[in-house]
Design a protein around this ligand. Structure first.
Ligand code: C2E
Ligand code: CA
Ligand code: CA
Length: 631
């Protein structure tokens, strides 16, 4: 029973004394029942409302949850997709924090760092040093990206080369969220292939497909450039217009395929005749053009022409049949003949026609004066060859004196060419040509052998143990066989090699210094003395003297001439003597023509003197008499 009813019955039963009491009791019971009913109905209604509301909330929550789940799934998908895209990108992508830590990097980026993806631990801290270590030129890169150091919002774009010779294009953008700079994203695209293709296309546009030589377009470009440069540097440019002789016959009889082979072979032979800076190109057909920059001497061009014609002399085989190549060459020189590229080629072409009409297989200059020089130089070369074969060279000797006590301390051997009993040719007339055409090597060999023989012949005379100095060309010095040849002659004639002195000019130092040092060391191992000739006229740097082991410096005679009258010459002579004294080498003054010059040199501390004042260069018989006279 209801607790309220229970309480009421207990109350009424305790005071139950009349009917009214019972009646009231019953009324109360009834009221209580109806009150309870109302309350119950109210509660039921309230409960019903609450549960409806709850259901509604529940349903909406459920719906929200589903949406959230869906959104989460979508987000996960997007992130996964982005990660896949990030990794699938062939561009190396890096996200760097503000303190240059790699926060994210894709697969291509890991590969760029040259790390295997399995070895790259994302949880480890990697700095941008990993990235920088891959760059071929960090200094240049730092310069290129300088802008972001001043402006952190900058978006930059550029190129760099990696240490494995790949080219990259990069973009770098700031990573900003809600106005806050979090770092930078770098995208690097490998453009090596594109670069190569561009280079290939450029090459194809500028080169002849058959011979792979520069074509007309590139030749004209190069020639214009060379002419401009030469006018700025006051030098000369030579153009060789080369036309094959009778090429049509090859094409007609052996076919185009063989004709092509012939052209390729010819172009290879021309290349062999040139030095590294010279350019050969094909104008078309059987016409070629050579550009020679920075010509010092017309002999340079004559040499190239001669070499081309000589290289053509080797036979060319087509199906076991021998053919002989030959060509006609015309030469134009800028600025003398023209300063326009087109015009210079036209003039070289005209000279080439002259070569054709004068019998082919030869060359002509546009300038007739040069033709004459060429003729003389070719004749000289032939005659020099003959002179070597016929042993027409002789030596004159010029004594050298110690200036403090007037004692003879050696002789300089000076070559002369006794072309005929009446005709004695001095070295200035033929040594430069021999240096150009390579005959100097044979002449120097003759010279050293002659010096050895002379020393042997002096052994039982007053000239016994007389040191002999020889002038050695820079070309001899650069020759890998030079020292071996010298040593084998020394051994063959069993001479005291410490009596040999080589006079070298500063031009030896234009070559590979390491090789020069090695050659010097080899010569010194046999106690051969070395001196720097014509000192002060060439290299104009004393630095090289510190690296090499020499015995004498020879002051050039241009400084000695009237040294007592010229303040500047005096100053130069004095400083050369000081350099020599400081380096611990003896100083020789050449070209002393007067007592005044000699006295001044002696007073300044110069050790050795040589010149007409003491003795002109004289032949061996005169030298013997000279020695007898002074002793
Ligand atoms: P160089 O080595 O400077 O030789 C000295 C030249 O000065 C010699 O000329 C000599 O005759 C000349 N001379 C000597 N004393 C006097 C003087 O008091 N006054 C004047 N005005 N001249 C003097 P040379 O014999 O005509 O030689 C000229 C150059 O030819 C030499 O200059 C040297 O560079 C080269 N030469 C000579 N012989 C040879 C050689 O056997 N081989 C090589 N590669 N070059 C040589
Ligand atoms: Ca000399
Ligand atoms: Ca000299």
């Amino acid at each position: 029973m209801n607790r309220l009813l229970n309480r009421l019955i207990k109350k009424h039963l305790s005071g139950l004394s009349d009917d009214l009491g019972v009646k009231n009791f019953l009324i109360d019971i009834k009221d209580a029942f109806s009150q309870q009913k109302e309350e119950k109905a109210f509660m039921e209604r309230t409960l019903m409302l609450a549960s409806e509301e709850f259901n509604q909330i529940n349903a909406s929550l459920k719906a929200n949850l589903a949406v959230n789940k869906e959104n989460h799934r979508k987000l996960e998908k997007i992130v996964a997709k982005q990660n896949a895209l990030f990794d699938a990108s062939t561009e190396a992508i890096f996200s760097f924090s503000n303190d240059n830590i790699i926060e994210k990097v894709n697969q291509a980026g890991i590969e760029f760092l040259n790390i295997s993806p399995d070895d790259y631990d994302e949880n480890e801290v990697h700095t941008c040093d990993l990235f920088m270590a891959r760059l071929a030129n960090v200094a240049k890169f730092n310069l290129d990206i300088d802008e972001i150091r001043h402006n952190s919002d900058a978006r930059i774009h550029g190129f760099f080369e990696s240490i494995d010779n790949k080219y990259y294009e990069y973009y770098s953008v700031p990573e900003v969220i809600d106005g806050e700079l979090l770092g930078r994203v770098w995208c690097c695209r490998d453009i090596t292939g594109i670069r190569k293709n561009e280079a290939l296309l450029k090459h194809q546009a500028n080169h002849d497909a058959l011979t792979n030589l520069p074509n007309r377009v590139m030749l004209l470009d190069a020639l214009n450039h060379a002419i401009n440069l030469s006018s700025r540097h006051n030098t000369k440019v030579g153009v060789l217009f080369i036309d094959l002789d009778d090429f049509k016959k090859i094409n007609d009889t052996a076919g185009h395929h063989e004709g092509d082979r012939y052209l390729i072979e010819f172009s290879n032979r021309v290349k062999l005749a040139l030095k590294s800076g010279d350019i050969v190109g094909r104008l078309g057909g059987d016409e070629f053009v050579v550009i020679v920059e920075d010509i010092q001497d017309v002999l340079d061009i004559i040499q190239i022409n001669e070499r081309i014609l000589t290289l053509c002399e080797a036979p060319f085989y087509i199906k076991d049949k021998k053919y002989y190549m030959s060509c006609s060459i015309g030469v134009g020189i800028s600025p003398d003949d023209s300063v326009s590229a087109d015009d210079l080629i036209r003039k070289a072409d005209m000279a080439m026609y002259q070569a054709k009409t004068s019998g082919k297989n030869t060359y002509h200059f546009f300038d007739k004066k040069l033709d004459q020089i060429a003729l003389e130089s070719v004749l000289l070369e032939e005659q020099l060859r003959e002179a070597i074969a016929k042993d027409e060279f002789i030596l004159h000797f010029q004594p050298k004196f110690t200036l403090n006590n007037n004692r003879i301390c050696g002789v300089e051997a000076l070559i002369r060419w006794q072309k005929s009993p009446e005709q004695l040719i001095y070295p200035d007339k033929f040594i430069p040509a021999a240096e150009k055409n390579g005959l100097i090597r044979d002449i120097t060999y003759w010279l050293i052998e002659k010096a050895c023989k002379t020393m042997v012949s002096w052994e039982s005379t007053a000239l016994c143990s007389m040191p002999i100095s020889l002038n050695i060309s820079a070309l001899d010095f650069a020759d890998a066989n030079f020292t071996e040849q010298v040593f084998s002659l020394i051994d063959q004639y069993k001479i005291d090699s410490s009596l040999l002195e080589f006079e070298l000019t500063e031009s030896i130092f234009f070559d590979d210094l390491v090789q020069v040092q090695q050659t010097i060391a080899k010569l010194k191992s046999r106690h051969i003395k070395l001196s720097i000739d014509d000192f002060g006229t060439g290299f104009s740097s004393f630095a090289y003297l510190l690296d090499i082991d020499i015995d004498y410096l020879k002051i050039d005679r241009s400084f000695v001439k009237n040294v007592h009258e010229h303040r500047k010459s005096h100053a130069i002579v004095k400083s050369i003597i000081d350099v020599g004294i400081n380096l611990g080498v003896e100083v020789v003054a050449e070209g002393i023509e007067s007592e005044l010059e000699m006295d001044l040199l002696a007073a300044e501390g110069c050790h050795i003197g040589q010149g007409y004042f003491i003795s002109k260069p004289i032949n061996e018989a005169a030298l013997v008499k000279f020695i007898e006279k002074i002793s």
